[in-house]
Structures are given as C-alpha cells and as structure tokens.
Design a protein around this ligand. Structure first.
Ligand code: THU
Length: 137
C-alpha cells in the first residue's frame, strides 16, 4: 500500500472521530507486520483526561488482537470541517507508545505535507534518543 493510499485510509478512519470538545478530528491507519491495516480515531471524553488519540486507538486495537509488529502509520488530523491536509504530527504520548512496539529506525510515520502530498519520517526522527523496552535491558 502506498503512503497516499494509507493516508486515504487514515482520512476514512477520521470520519469516526468523536471530538465534541476540541472539534479537532484525527484518524490513523496503522500497517502491521502481517500486512493488516488497523484504524483509529480520537475519542474524547467530557472529563477530558480519559480522551484517547487516534494513533493510540489504532495501536491498542492491534495489540488487543495479539499483533505487536508494525511497519508504518499514516495520520490525518485537522479541525472539524477541514480536509485534514495540513501536517498533523503525533503527540508525545503517542510517540512513546510507538516506541514501545516499533523499531525507531525502521517505523515510518506518514503525514500530510500541506501541499496535497505526504511526507514520511522515522520514529527516530520524531522521537530522538527515545526511551524504550531495550533501555530496561
Ligand atoms: N489528537 C490525536 O488524536 N492525535 C494527535 O497526535 C494529536 C492530538 C487529538 C487529541 C484530542 O482529541 C484532539 O486531537 C485535540 O488535541
């Protein structure tokens, strides 16, 4: 699947975003090692704190099915009513969750580039010197 196709999947997932408080809707499409694509959207909460980002929703859905190997994720985010075509980088907490399950040099994060295309980054680029399971020996 190309980055552009994966971004289309992330935009589809965004249609299910539950964001009545921030009105900022995010979708994610995560490619697992088995080739399967897991979708996620942000799910907010009236108590704010329990809200979950799109990226973590996708990861947790996959891990719940026993999947722990991942290749890349596309993220589409933007204000309600927008096309989510501007770059929307993952928050720090989501980067840390990626660090738990992904090889930071290999895992790719695909974002909109604001010019109708996509840009990709490794997790290592977005979370340099990250702390992960390897640090615990
Ligand atoms: N959000 C995500 O889902 N992913 C990100 O990487 C950035 C932020 C969500 C959280 C919250 O529901 C809304 O976007 C505004 O922060």
């Amino acid at each position: 699947m190309t980055n552009e196709e994966l971004m289309t999947e992330a935009k589809k997932a965004r249609e299910h975003a539950y964001a009545p408080y921030s009105h900022f809707q995010v979708g994610a499409a995560l490619v697992a090692g088995n080739g399967k694509v897991y979708h996620g959207c942000n799910i907010e909460n009236a108590a704010y704190g329990p809200s979950c980002c799109a990226e973590r929703t996708a990861f947790f859905q996959a891990v719940c099915e026993g999947v722990r190997e991942f290749e890349k994720i596309a993220i589409a985010g933007g204000p309600e009513g927008s096309g989510a075509d501007e770059l929307c980088a993952p928050c720090g907490v989501c980067r840390q969750v990626m660090m738990e399950f992904c090889n930071p040099q290999a895992f790719q994060i695909v974002l909109a580039d604001g010019k109708g295309g996509c840009r990709q980054f490794t997790l290592d680029e977005l979370l340099p010197y990250g702390f992960g399971p390897k640090n615990l020996g």
